[in-house]
Design a protein around this ligand. Structure first.
Ligand SMILES: [Fe+2]
Length: 390
């Protein structure tokens, strides 16, 4: 019996230790730390997650009075007793996170009115115009079984604002995509396919919420692919933390010259479907400042584009109806029962993706289109048409 308890303590301690490092990595990526510091955090977390069970085994697992050979927790050294208690305590947030995923977030994550799924690699085999779907960048993750990086989920999601007359009028339709991450994997024709799907939506406006480029040489190609959208509807954008690592002002001016309107740190009023709509943008905590407070009088719908979902309190405090975000990629890997594990947010995986009602504010977090690491598992790239009743 004592041996069984020892195994249980050992297992809890390893899970808790992993959870602690996942929390550190998720939170560190929510701030404007440079790439070197983030890499140090990631490498440390990878090393220690692998090493910790062996250290535990060596110091208080096997041997005389070890946890796995019938020894008691109180018989271990004071140092290892402290480590064991700290790591075991960290299983509490892990367990609460699983309960929240099963109870609430799972439904918010996948809440859609209609869903279409496209296996773009398969479609390209029968369409000669889509030749470069995979791209030329070689990455071992592309061969991961059931990798969904070359699929596209096109969703329609409905949002109801607090206006009691909202359901009587036709909704304002906004096409929202995020995190394109042009890096030559997926290839350029994957993005062309996405643009075709955006055009088919015939939306009133189109918004992109940051992380445009991970390979600056592809900037001209990215603009050439996104330019046709400006001929069909007003297009608004902000940049993200990956753009911030490069010459982001060059990205901004180049995309803006093609007809896309940048709303970072500012706002823009426009008439859409007989409604006065205000678009504002925030690239915090990486670039610039928050948009100035405005008198929202005469505006029917206020939309904030914010790359990170972490700034929903700013949107709430400044009277926005809807906030559109990306950045978290839905966690990229969504495990059965557990849900997503990694999301670069101070709230961990709480806002990894989906539709969230936060008092009067509706937050939509897109799973994004691309990713620097080309792995998506149970978490397809996502293009969304938001039907906003306001
Ligand atoms: Fe991203």
């Amino acid at each position: 019996m004592q041996q069984l308890i020892g195994w249980f303590i050992f297992l809890l301690s390893c899970i808790g230790h992993t959870e602690l490092w996942v929390m550190v990595v998720n939170r560190s990526h929510a701030f404007s730390l440079n790439a070197t510091h983030l890499r140090i955090f990631r490498t440390l977390h990878e090393l220690l997650i692998v090493l910790f069970p062996w250290l535990l085994l060596w110091n208080c697992g096997l041997g005389r009075r070890g946890l796995l050979t019938g020894g008691l927790l109180s018989e271990q050294t004071a140092f290892w007793q402290t480590i064991l208690w700290i790591t075991m305590s960290a299983t509490i947030p892990w367990f609460v996170g699983i309960l929240r995923w099963q109870w609430k977030r799972r439904f918010e994550f996948s809440k859609v009115a209609t869903r279409e799924i496209f296996d773009v690699a398969l479609i390209a085999q029968q369409d000669a115009t889509l030749r470069n779907i995979r791209g030329s960048r070689w990455h071992p993750l592309i061969f991961w079984p059931w990798n969904e990086i070359l699929t596209l989920e096109v969703n329609v999601k409905q949002i109801q604002t607090s206006n009691p007359q909202a359901s009587l009028r036709r909704p304002v339709r906004i096409a929202h995509f995020s995190d394109l991450h042009f890096i030559d994997c997926p290839g350029v024709d994957f993005y062309r396919f996405m643009v075709i799907k955006v055009l088919e939506m015939q939306a009133d406006a189109i918004v992109f919420t940051g992380d445009l480029i991970d390979k600056p040489e592809l900037m001209a190609t990215a603009v050439e692919i996104l330019r046709p959208l400006t001929k069909t509807a007003p297009c608004f954008f902000i940049l993200g933390n990956h753009d911030w690592r490069y010459d982001y002002e060059h990205f901004r001016t180049t995309l803006a010259a093609s007809g896309w309107k940048c709303v970072a740190g500012t706002h823009e009023r426009i008439q859409l479907a007989d409604r006065n709509v205000l678009f504002a943008g925030s690239e915090l905590p990486w670039i610039g400042a928050a948009p100035p407070s405005v008198n929202h009088g005469g505006v029917d719908l206020q939309i904030l584009l914010s790359h990170s979902p972490d700034h929903f309190r700013f949107a709430q405090n400044n009277g926005y109806d809807v906030m559109l975000s990306g950045h978290t990629h839905g966690g990229q890997v969504v495990l059965p029962i557990i849900g997503p594990v990694y999301a670069p947010s101070i709230y961990g995986v709480s806002f990894a993706a989906g539709l969230f009602r936060l008092h009067k504010l509706t937050l939509h977090v897109s799973r994004g289109i691309g990713a620097k690491e080309p792995l998506r598992w149970n978490c397809r790239p996502e293009l969304t048409c938001l039907e906003i009743y306001c």
